[in-house]
Ligand binder design. Structure first.
Ligand code: IPE
Ligand code: IPE
Ligand code: MG
Length: 231
C-alpha cells in the first residue's frame, strides 16, 4: 500500500478488540488471543513510530475488565507486567516514550513499579509517545481529574479538567480505531475523543497489520473535520 508521510502531530487511540474471538475461532483459550494481540500491538507501535505519529494510546485493560474470570484477569496482569519488563529495550531501541494512563492504585504493586521504571527510562525520547491505558476508564479519569483540581482549590472549567487528566498531552484525539466490528467507545478516552474521527473494522485485533493501520490513516485523511464550524 502506498504510504503518505504526513502524520506528524497526529494523535490516535486504538481499542484493540477481538482477542478472545480470534482465539476461540482457533479452538484455543482466550488468553492465547491476548498473547497474539500483544504482537499486533508491537507491530502497530513500530509502524506508528516510523510514520511520525505523535501519540498512540492503546486500550489494554479497562476499569470494567475486572469482571472477567480470575484466570483471564490474572493472565492479562502477568502479560502486562512481563511486557513492561521485557520490552524496555524495544522502546529504547525505537526511541519511544511510554506513559501509562488509568487508575494505578488498583494494580499489583510490581506493575506500579515497572510502570515507573519504563516511564522514567523513556521520558527523554522525543519521537512517538505510547500511552498504555491500564485499568483505564474515561469516566473514572474525569472524576479523578476533577478531584485533583478541587484539591488544588482550582475552579472546575474545561481547561482545569483537561490539565488534570492522566496525560494532558492527549486532550484532543484525532482518530479512534476499533477492531472486531464493535461500534462503541466502551469507556475509552471519553473527554479526549469529543471531536475524534471513528474508524471501525471487522478485523480481529491479533490479525491487525501495518497495512490495516495505513488504511485507517488514509480514511482519516479523507475526512472533513469541521469542529462545529462550516467549511
Ligand atoms: C480485547 O479483546 C482485549 C482486552 C479487552 C484485554 P477481548 O478479550 O475483548 O476479545 P473479545 O471481544 O472477547 O473477542
Ligand atoms: C474494550 O474492549 C477494552 C479493551 C480493549 C481493553 P471490551 O471487549 O472490554 O469492550 P466491550 O465489553 O465489548 O464493550
Ligand atoms: Mg472485547
Amino acid at each position: 500500500m502506498e504510504e503518505v508521510n504526513n502524520y506528524s502531530g497526529l494523535k490516535i487511540g486504538i481499542i484493540m478488540d477481538g482477542n478472545g474471538r480470534w482465539a476461540v475461532a482457533r479452538k484455543q483459550p482466550r488468553t492465547f488471543g491476548h498473547t497474539r494481540g500483544l504482537e499486533a500491538a508491537k507491530t502497530t507501535v513500530k509502524k506508528a513510530a516510523e510514520l511520525g505519529i505523535s501519540h498512540i494510546t492503546l486500550y489494554a485493560f479497562s476499569t470494567e475488565n475486572w469482571k472477567r474470570s480470575e484466570e483471564e484477569v490474572g493472565f492479562l496482569m502477568k502479560l502486562i507486567s512481563k511486557h513492561l519488563k521485557k520490552e524496555m529495550d524495544f522502546y529504547k531501541k525505537n526511541s519511544i516514550r511510554v506513559k501509562v494512563i488509568g487508575d494505578k492504585s488498583r494494580l499489583p504493586k510490581e506493575i506500579i513499579k515497572e510502570i515507573e521504571d519504563v516511564e522514567t527510562a523513556t521520558d527523554h525520547f522525543t519521537g512517538l509517545t505510547v500511552c498504555l491505558a491500564i485499568n483505564y476508564g474515561g469516566r473514572d479519569e474525569i472524576v479523578r481529574s476533577i478531584n485533583k483540581a478541587l484539591e488544588n482549590k482550582q475552579e472546575i472549567t474545561e481547561n482545569t479538567i483537561s490539565e488534570h487528566l492522566d496525560c494532558p498531552e492527549i486532550t484532543e484525539i484525532d482518530l479512534i480505531i476499533r477492531t472486531a466490528g464493535e461500534q462503541r467507545l466502551s469507556n475509552f478516552l471519553l473527554w479526549e475523543a469529543a471531536y475524534s474521527e471513528y474508524y471501525y473494522t471487522d478485523i480481529l485485533w491479533p490479525d491487525f497489520t501495518e497495512d490495516n493501520l495505513l488504511a485507517a490513516l488514509k480514511w482519516y485523511g479523507s475526512r472533513n473535520r469541521k469542529f462545529g464550524g462550516v467549511k
